[in-house]
Design a binder for this molecule. Structure first.
Ligand code: NAD
Ligand code: UFG
Length: 343
């Protein structure tokens, strides 16, 4: 299959491009490099011996996007491109709505124009908001608690409407739980701009000496050790879930419509569990201190991944030990992330 991957230079995108190329697909990437560097894709080429075509294009630039689609004529699209920082989305909501929602509307218009009607969409467990009770299945109640989450909720609804109006569209909505880890080679991984918001990149940067200590947000949650519980999933497992989803949409043909799957392990781990596993994997102590809860955080979130197992034939295979070992391998061999691009 020829797959066009939006946001393919980013964290999850680059791992997915690698899996696609390793499994006999050809790939074109559309990315504006707003939150990534072309180096990730150079390294994917080095690891696979195959290259993706790269289009430096913003989804909001409809004519450039159309030119990329006319050049590539993809069979399907995997759509990662979007802004993803919850705190930033509260500060600059218009930028989030414009980039994520208008960007996706432009993408759908261009796809329709070139008659490419299969799309796998990066949704998020954030759509379950504060209402769902773990283990969270796909029928759990949905609620958006911040502008980022609402971009995912609105886009899910938009895709459902488009599929309901025309049965030739095939949409797979993948609700990811907490992606962590890196490719076992240590050549590609997560390279956040500035101080990381998420737990594992923060721990990794403490381990490598870029940050002094981890602040643990709350130790008074109703959990075994009082810290927040999440479903951490290895990014390589997550990437493979996208291939299983594409294959499933292809099998279903015009029966596909718009379908949704959780991608998680089904296991909840606390912040303290993650600190301990990371210390064991790296041999480095992680200094940490308990502070107040972070506003908006829920106590416990983990997936019921049964539907993905039964329908996509997908299960997460990596353990927390390999998530931490691979994060450490990436961070310790690339302490400053990807090198800066020449001006
Ligand atoms: P990322 O920031 O590493 O990758 C996103 C990529 O999209 C970047 O390369 C960025 O430059 C590109 N991009 C953004 N806006 C664009 C635009 N208008 N035009 C072209 N390219 C654009 O993020 P990621 O962690 O790989 O996440 C990928 C997707 O998965 C996002 O949609 C995110 O919301 C979703 N998601 C991520 C997580 C997570 O914790 N990482 C969890 C759930 C869902
Ligand atoms: N945490 C800390 N200290 C930190 C960072 C995080 O104690 O410096 C704690 C949080 O309080 C939480 C856990 O670590 O209990 C995980 O926090 P993350 O920020 O890594 O992840 P979240 O579950 O808050 O959210 C992430 C993404 C969202 C996405 C969600 C579900 O940031 O965008 O996973 O996919 F929606």
């Amino acid at each position: 299959m020829h797959v066009l991957v939006t946001g393919g230079a980013g964290y999850i995108g680059s791992h997915t491009v690698l899996e696609l190329l390793s499994n006999g697909h050809t790939v074109a990437v559309v990315d504006n490099f707003d939150n990534s560097k072309p180096e990730s894709l150079r390294r994917v080429a080095e690891l696979t011996g195959k290259s993706a075509a790269v289009h430096r294009v913003d989804l909001l630039d409809e004519s450039a996007l159309m030119a990329a689609f006319e050049a590539e004529r993809p069979d399907a699209v995997i759509h990662f491109a979007g802004l993803k920082a919850v705190g930033e989305s509260n500060a600059i909501p218009l930028r989030y709505y414009h980039n994520n929602i208008t960007g996706t509307l432009e993408l759908l218009r261009v796809m329709e124009a070139v008659d490419c009607r299969t799309l796998v969409f990066s949704s998020s467990a954030t759509v379950y908001g504060a209402l769902a009770v773990a283990p969270i299945n796909e029928s759990s109640p949905l609620s958006g608690t911040n502008p980022y989450a609402r971009t995912k909720l609105f886009l899910e609804d938009i895709l459902r409407d488009v599929a309901a109006a025309n049965a030739t569209w095939r949409f797979g909505l993948l609700r990811y739980f907490n992606p962590v880890g890196a490719h076992p080679s240590g050549r590609i991984g997560e390279d956040p701009n500035g101080i990381p918001n998420n737990l594992l990149p923060f721990i990794s940067q403490v381990a490598v000496g870029r940050l002094d200590e981890l602040k643990v947000y709350g130790n008074d949650y109703p959990t075994a050790d009082g810290t927040g519980v999440r479903d951490y999933i290895h990014v390589v497992d997550l990437a493979r879930g996208h291939l299983r989803c594409l294959e499933h949409l292809d099998r279903l043909g015009d029966e596909a419509g718009c379908r949704v799957w959780n991608l998680g392990t089904g296991k909840g781990l606390s912040v303290i569990d993650m600190i301990r596993s990371f210390e064991q994997a790296s041999g480095v102590d992680i200094p940490h201190r308990f502070v107040d809860r972070r506003p908006g955080d829920v106590a416990i979130s983990f997936a019921d991944p049964t539907k993905a197992r039964e329908e996509l034939g997908w299960v997460a295979e990596n353990t927390v030990d390999s998530m931490c070992a691979d994060s450490w391998n990436w961070q310790s061999s690339n302490p400053e992330g990807y090198p800066a691009e020449p001006a």
